[in-house]
Design a protein around this ligand. Structure first.
Ligand code: PGA
Length: 305
């Protein structure tokens, strides 16, 4: 537990140095990011440790670990800096400008439209800096638990996290094969026929995989997974390479380079899903995050399905 009112003596600069070191897990990287020397980082952290009265880091070998007090302090710092960022954005808004930061995490398939929406957004609001993370569902969930972003775009908002979510467009999953695959000419293919061919699956932690697995489990079907890949693009290349069938979001097929792929007419497909834009229920959205939230919902008609 952090000592009584000790943090009053800590400077914002010390907290920033600590937060950066904790986030990056390295004194050297923190020094680089903050553009100060490594001895300065060490001495700031040392002074803060003295003020707190408990170790904040533990160094084991080359690895830097946060202690329990360090983890508590990291959460506190993140709250403080996010409140200060919000305040700056509100001030800019009061001055009639929109400037500040927007931190966005999106699932892999949202990359097929998000950059275009962000492009249009940045044209209207050139003073907004955007940090965009593209990752799978499991990692987005971890980012939510650490309160790392303003907004999240995903297709399966986790039930165990208290979120406010707004669905905005369909994100169906389709079964795909190369055009010369024996199933490509068939109609109304029974789901169980997928068992007869090699299958390419997304990595564990992927929402696509979870949805496919759920459907297969419901029908007691086990496919022969020949390959697991962590990217939608790699899966399309593997299907084109004749390595098997797969299931992907229909949005991943928009490019004409994939003319040799076809959507199979399999029973129970497409698997219906939506994209959602979500944020932590307890979080007060910044002016910028709220502006982007509304902008995205206004622009959904421009997203090709
Ligand atoms: P995933 O999500 O990258 O976690 O599979 C993609 C999607 O659900 O569309």
């Amino acid at each position: 537990m952090i000592g009584d009112k000790c943090l009053i003596q800590a400077t914002l600069h010390q907290l920033k140095v600590f937060e950066t070191t904790a986030r990056l897990g390295s004194f050297t990287k923190a020094a680089e990011e903050l553009d100060i020397t490594q001895p300065t980082v060490s001495s700031q952290v040392k002074q803060l440790t003295k003020t707190v009265g408990l170790p904040l880091f533990e160094q084991i070998g080359k690895q830097l670990y946060l202690t329990t007090a360090g983890k508590e302090l990291l959460h506190t710092c993140q709250d403080v800096f996010s409140q200060l960022d919000n305040f700056e954005m509100k001030v800019a808004d009061l001055k009639g400008t929109k400037e500040g930061k927007l931190s966005l995490s999106v699932i892999t398939t949202a990359t097929y439209f998000i950059p275009r929406i962000l492009g249009a957004f940045c044209q209207i609001y050139p003073d907004i800096d955007i940090a965009l993370q593209v990752t799978n569902h499991k990692q987005i969930q971890e980012r939510m638990l650490n309160n790392q972003d303003d907004l999240y775009i995903l297709s399966q908002p986790p039930e165990e996290i208290d979120l406010k979510s707004q669905p905005f467009i369909d994100n169906p999953l389709v079964a795909i094969a190369r055009k010369d695959h024996p199933l490509a000419v068939k109609h109304n293919i029974p789901l169980k026929d997928l068992q007869d061919y090699p299958f390419i699956m997304r990595e564990s932690g992927s929402g696509t995989r979870k949805a496919v697995q759920k459907l297969l489990n419901q029908h007691n079907i086990e496919v022969k997974v020949r390959l697991e890949l962590g990217s939608n693009e790699a899966i399309k290349q593997a299907v084109l390479g004749g390595l098997g069938l797969s299931v992907l979001s229909k949005h991943t097929l928009t490019s004409t380079c994939y003319d040799d792929l076809t959507i199979l007419d399999v029973q129970n497909f497409p698997i219906p899903r939506h994209w959602y834009i979500s944020y932590l229920a307890g979080k007060q959205l910044s002016v910028i995050a709220e502006t982007f939230f509304n902008f995205l919902l206004d622009r959904t008609q421009f997203i090709e399905v």
